[in-house]
Design a protein around this ligand. Structure first.
Ligand code: NDP
Ligand code: X2W
Length: 394
């Protein structure tokens, strides 16, 4: 799978440790005040002769750049175009030097993207901008949308929680919600997939099997979630500045976070009746990672051991969802940079109740990793293609 030599620009303005390992290939040139040289690296994933042609909308953001990073290790997906808004016209490596070893097209505006040149699109744009763009795309394109624009089946619910009119209601009808492990059969045949939000992913993965198995009561589900700050995207926001965030933690969106209807939609589908939750998200002073701590009431006669065994069976054949050994507490460290969801279940001190802990990397299983998993499925590749790197710890 490795060792083809390809060329890429490499920034050496501040001196690079890899310099010695690289073969300097072409003359130096100046670009935006930085010094670049052309280099070749020795280890690259070998691409298929005719890879699936991919466009990434919003490649200059956190989730878009994670898609690009993941595709570097994907043998069947090649990148044809990358878009940005304010950063259109720049090279991706000038926005994200960690991607400098990849041969990539420059960032262009969405209006300049040639959609007839691609087979599939990852849409990594802010919610609210996506519906207008997607509705104009060729109907043969496979699309995985990472925004929240198509996650809610009920258009009026979207309008209520997102405070704006839905601008592509006709498309909404064909959308499949992309919780891979739960809706795999529908995703396989989908053209347009709404990739789940990060909080909803960390919550639905443990709860859906327990609800379907009638092992927990549908009332009094309390969810306390914590996210790393990349969950808020790369755009500058006062509340996410270092001084506002470091050495502290705060809750936000108490009782009114826009993921409430998405979580309730998924849990209610599993229950076949309306479930209402208590959900409080928190912002943590970490870069990436998400933990959901979930307090549930067990159904009459059910024990924590029953919950454990049920989850174990539900996920026994899954690559990316892992129930830890009894008593081991999942940590965000253990999923950092990986597409895994780790979970465990513990007895509460209050008889009849249990506490579930699940962790994901918000940018991977909570966004770009699950998006690649879904496109793999939609195109008939093994679901885990390009996604098997273990977590980066410590
Ligand atoms: N971050 C996370 O953990 C998760 C994010 N998501 C969702 O994924 C989507 C992308 O998130 P994220 O990558 O974090 O966001 P970022 O803010 O980091 O990136 C947004 C991207 O969209 C581009 N963009 C912004 N406005 C427009 C516009 N009007 N037209 C075209 N392009 C535009 C930006 O370009 P430029 O840089 O040039 O301004 C940038 O490339 C969002 O909908 C988010 O809610 C989902 C799950 C988790
Ligand atoms: C820390 C933080 O701000 N997180 C984001 C959710 C990230 C995510 O999954 O969002 P989407 O629904 O936009 O895809 C938020 O609370 O709005």
């Amino acid at each position: 799978m490795t060792s083809s030599s390809t060329f890429s620009s490499f920034c050496v303005d501040s001196g690079c440790l890899w310099k010695e390992e690289m073969k300097v290939f072409k003359a130096k040139r100046r670009n935006a005040g930085k010094l670049f040289v052309k280099c070749s690296l020795t280890t690259k994933t070998q691409k298929a002769e005719k890879p699936i042609r991919i466009g990434v909308l919003g490649a200059s953001g956190y989730t878009g750049s994670e898609i690009v990073r993941l595709l570097a290790n994907h043998p069947h997906f090649g990148i044809n175009f990358l878009t940005a808004d304010r950063k259109a016209g720049q090279s991706l490596s000038s926005v994200f030097p960690h991607l400098i070893t990849q041969d990539l097209p420059n960032l262009i505006a969405v209006k300049d993207a040639d959609f007839s040149s691609v087979d599939a699109v990852f849409c990594c744009l802010p919610h609210g901008t996506t519906q207008d763009i997607i509705k104009g795309l060729p109907k043969n394109l496979k699309i995985v949308d990472l925004s929240a624009d198509f996650r809610l089946r009920d258009i009026s619910e979207y309008e209520q929680w997102y405070g704006q009119a839905h601008r592509a209601p006709d498309l909404q009808k064909e959308v499949v919600y992309g919780m891979t492990e739960i809706l795999r059969d529908e995703i396989k045949d989908a053209r347009l997939v709404a990739n789940p939000g990060c909080y909803p992913t960390s919550i639905q993965l443990p709860l859906v099997p327990l609800i379907k198995g009638n092992l927990i009561e549908f009332r009094n589900i309390i969810i306390d979630s914590k996210s790393g700050v990349t969950g808020a995207g790369r755009g500058a926001k006062e509340a996410n500045m270092y001084a506002e965030l470091a050495e502290g933690i705060y809750s936000y969106g108490v009782t009114r976070h826009r993921h409430v209807p998405e979580i309730e939609q998924g849990l209610s589908d599993a229950a076949n009746s309306k479930i209402t939750i208590s959900f409080t998200p928190h912002l943590m002073p970490i870069i990436r990672g998400m933990q959901s701590t979930i307090y549930v009431e067990m159904a009459s006669g059910v024990t924590v051991e029953d919950l454990y065994q049920h989850l174990k069976t539900a996920y026994k054949d899954e690559e990316f969802v892992i129930l830890l050994e009894k008593g081991i507490v999942p940590r965000t460290h253990d999923v950092r940079g990986s597409n895994y969801c780790l979970m465990n279940v513990f007895p509460d001190r209050i008889p009849g109740r249990a506490i579930i802990v699940s962790v994901i990397d918000n940018l991977l299983k909570g966004a770009s990793g699950q998006a690649v998993q879904n496109l793999n499925l939609m195109l008939g590749f093994p679901e885990s293609t390009g996604l098997l790197s273990p977590a980066l710890f410590p």
